[in-house]
Design a binder for this molecule. Structure first.
Ligand code: PA5
Length: 444
């Protein structure tokens, strides 16, 4: 693992060429530097939302201690935590918890959909258990989590019910703040200067992550180490510059979709978080790579055909865990009825080693099939590397969006469906006009 120096993350760029080479990246560093300077001097679009840039300063020591203490108390009093939130108010926490927690199933989620079936099943699942709720909404008015909170609030079950409902919301405004104040609930603050998709290292993500038993100090330390590295303006030393420049170059060559691919099921929600980060930050003004994701090898047996031979518009970024994985030995069978003794008795007698070869084979096959790809390597999957990965993706996203000329910190397009939905639901303030939507059925 000689490729890891100061950071527990590294980039493997061997399958980017000839589309993107080191020289091309170096030649374009000015564009990244300009965007980065705007970001750091607060002269970029959306400059009111740069609170995530210094991950070690999002919470001060007292706030961090209070958060850890709250997580500890909740953990001691309950069997499960129900996290209620949507988008940036839930994906980061889920991504870290699924990747690192020893018992990820102690945390469950609501408010990320409005499915009656989902809510009903969740109520059944939680019935009889000791349950706490962390409702998270920056605006405090988002329909999905507000509705889920109403439906699920009575499921809270612990000795001191009030202390087992925690609201994470704006410090000064919103319906959730009013409710929390009225009911005397424990509160944590979503900082004004951090938008949802950049909020995982604020109380938004950290409280549920701490409840799940993940070491949040180490997570923050990993992000801080990456933030230091990302101050370097040499793309060979700054992974965010390299990634942002490379993906912009690919986009300009007509690659319109970026697939984030893993070979580790517990990284599934990292991809979900990444999709929101890049989709919501860059998908504006009819531009940007469409962020999509695949879980391998599972999806090689469903999406693999398209990736290899379908329309050539795909670029791919693998996230690969290099070390620290368990050894699962492949046993030797006397009759070799399934033909796997060549693995059991050789160098690849561990399932993890087979998985590593599957990644190498896939990266090579996709390159040969016209899918340029690069890999973000993690030294091992732990708090430090995940903290570094989170920060790397965040700052690369901000730089990449600014290089494209969009505001990477707003999401005006998200309002469109809400406005129509509120009108159809008759929400006060949205009355007027027709409540009909167009229908044109084909009935059989
Ligand atoms: O990134 C974002 O801004 C969004 O995904 C929001 O986090 C999401 O819409 C939820 O908003 P809120 O936290 O206000 O309920």
């Amino acid at each position: 693992m000689r490729h890891f120096e100061k950071l527990p993350i590294a980039l493997d760029i061997s399958n980017l060429s000839p589309n993107v080479t080191r020289e091309m990246v170096t030649n374009r560093r000015n564009a990244a530097e300009c965007a980065d300077r705007d970001l750091r001097f607060g002269t970029c679009q959306g400059a009111d939302f740069l609170g995530w840039l210094k991950p070690g300063e999002i919470l001060d020591k007292d706030e961090l201690d209070a958060l850890k203490n709250c997580a500890k108390q909740l953990r001691e009093q309950t069997d499960m935590l129900l996290v209620i939130g949507i988008g940036g108010s839930y994906l980061g926490a889920r991504a870290v918890i699924e990747a690192l927690a020893e018992e990820p199933d102690r945390v469950v989620y609501a408010g990320q959909n409005i499915s009656a079936h989902y809510l009903q099943r969740l109520r059944k699942q939680l019935s009889g258990k000791r349950v706490a709720i962390n409702i998270i909404s920056k605006s405090g008015t988002t329909t999905e989590p507000a509705l889920a909170f109403r439906v699920m609030k009575d499921i809270v079950n612990c000795a001191d019910v009030k202390s087992c409902i925690v609201a994470t919301t704006d410090a000064n405004k919103g319906a959730l703040l009013q409710l929390a104040e009225k009911e005397g609930l424990e509160r944590f603050v979503v900082p004004d200067n951090i938008g949802g998709r950049y909020s995982v290292l604020s109380a938004v993500g950290l409280l549920p992550i701490a409840y799940a038993g993940v070491d949040i100090d180490k997570l923050i330390a990993g992000a801080v180490a990456c933030a230091d590295a990302c101050k370097n303006t040499d793309p060979e030393k700054n992974p965010a510059y390299f990634y942002a420049i490379a993906r912009q170059a690919l986009y300009l060559q007509g690659f319109s979709i970026e697939l984030l691919a893993n070979f580790e099921p517990r990284l599934h929600y990292i991809s979900e978080w990444w999709k929101q980060l890049y989709g919501e930050s860059e998908g504006k003004e009819n531009m940007a790579l469409f962020p999509a994701s695949v879980d391998f090898t599972t999806d090689l047996h469903s999406m693999g055909q398209y990736i290899q031979q379908g329309r050539r518009m795909l670029a791919e970024t693998f996230v690969i865990v290099e070390g620290g994985e368990p050894v699962v030995a492949i046993p030797d069978w006397e009759d070799d009825s399934d033909g796997l003794n060549y693995l059991a008795n050789g160098e690849f007698s561990d399932a993890g080693k087979v998985n590593a070869i599957a990644y190498k084979a896939t990266a090579q096959a996709h390159r040969e099939g016209g899918v340029p790809n690069m890999t973000v390597l993690l030294k091992q999957l732990d708090e430090e590397s995940l903290g570094a990965l989170i920060y790397f993706f965040e700052i690369a996203c901000a730089i990449s969006g600014l290089m494209m000329g969009v505001n990477p910190f707003d999401q005006p397009g998200v309002e469109a469906y809400k406005t129509i939905m509120f009108k159809l639901l008759g929400k006060p303030g949205f009355e007027g006009g027709s409540k009909e939507t167009k229908t044109d059925y084909v009935s059989f």
